[in-house]
Design a protein around this ligand. Structure first.
Ligand code: SF4
Length: 253
């Protein structure tokens, strides 16, 4: 089963500072090649923001994460630390908490200064309060979650950020683990990466009847196929079953 066509924004806003990072410039090149309208902003403050929900959900901005935004935060109980590759998601899950968690219009902000974001992580080795210091979970190492405010796989064909992060953890010769949760299935570019078993991918699954509430996300069989592919490629995997929905037809396929 081929992966679902990947999401592309109608418009991509990019700041001058983001364009100075090779990673940001590469995102713009990929978006332009996919037919997205590119808007080069005159200053680093985000402007030309869309007024409607529909326009915002089809807009992506490539920006530089400020020092406060790129500083990892404790994220108990799921992992030691959270860091962000991006904020926002192109899917339309009706129960998604992002709508109430992120300020401003629901555009996707992808961070161009990935080297600076990843440079924040090494000093945190062994410093977390969830897995680092737990006798029962010490084998998981220091854990870093990167899907708190986005589904990073949803935008990976444009950002390439997950691949960089997976390589970074694969080369980090220490007890660490990158982890993310996804509803998307564009895993093919991740399969051959030198992940070193240090990235754990969890797929968000539910009864098929829940698909009606998950607009824009790949259907369950595609997620299962993607789960199988990454497991065969040696990634540690997991499943998230949430939210629990009172669906009368939950057994139907
Ligand atoms: S895929 Fe995840 S992050 Fe994206 S809208 Fe759905 S619940 Fe929210």
């Amino acid at each position: 089963m081929p992966a679902a066509p990947f999401w592309t924004p109608k418009r991509l806003l990019v700041t001058p500072a983001a364009l100075r990072f090779d990673h940001g410039a590469a995102m713009v090149e990929r978006a332009a090649a996919a037919g997205t309208e590119i808007v080069r902003l005159p200053a680093d403050r985000l402007s030309a923001l869309p007024a409607t929900y529909r326009d915002a959900k089809t807009t992506m901005a490539v920006v530089v994460a400020s020092p406060s935004r790129r500083r990892p935060q404790p994220i108990p109980p799921s992992a030691d630390w959270r860091f962000d590759l991006a904020e926002g998601c192109p899917a339309h899950c009706q129960y998604c908490y992002l709508a109430g968690s992120l300020a401003g219009p629901p555009i996707i902000r992808a961070y161009a200064n990935l080297p600076e974001i990843l440079a924040e992580l090494p000093p945190l080795l062994g410093q977390g309060s969830v897995t680092s210091r737990s006798k029962a979970r010490r084998d998981e190492g220091t854990t870093f979650e990167c899907s708190c405010y986005t589904d990073p796989l949803a935008i990976e064909p444009l950002t390439g950020s997950l691949a960089v992060a997976i390589r970074h953890f694969g080369a980090w010769n220490a007890p660490v683990q990158l982890r993310f949760t996804t509803k998307f299935d564009a895993v093919a570019p991740l399969l051959g990466l030198p992940h070193g078993g240090r990235t754990r991918i969890r797929f968000s699954l539910n009864a098929r009847a829940a698909e009606q509430y998950e607009g824009g996300a790949p259907r369950m069989p595609r997620r299962l196929q993607a789960l199988r592919s990454v497991a065969q490629a040696g990634y540690p995997v997991g499943i998230t079953l949430a939210p629990i929905l009172p669906l009368v037809n939950w057994r139907e396929c």
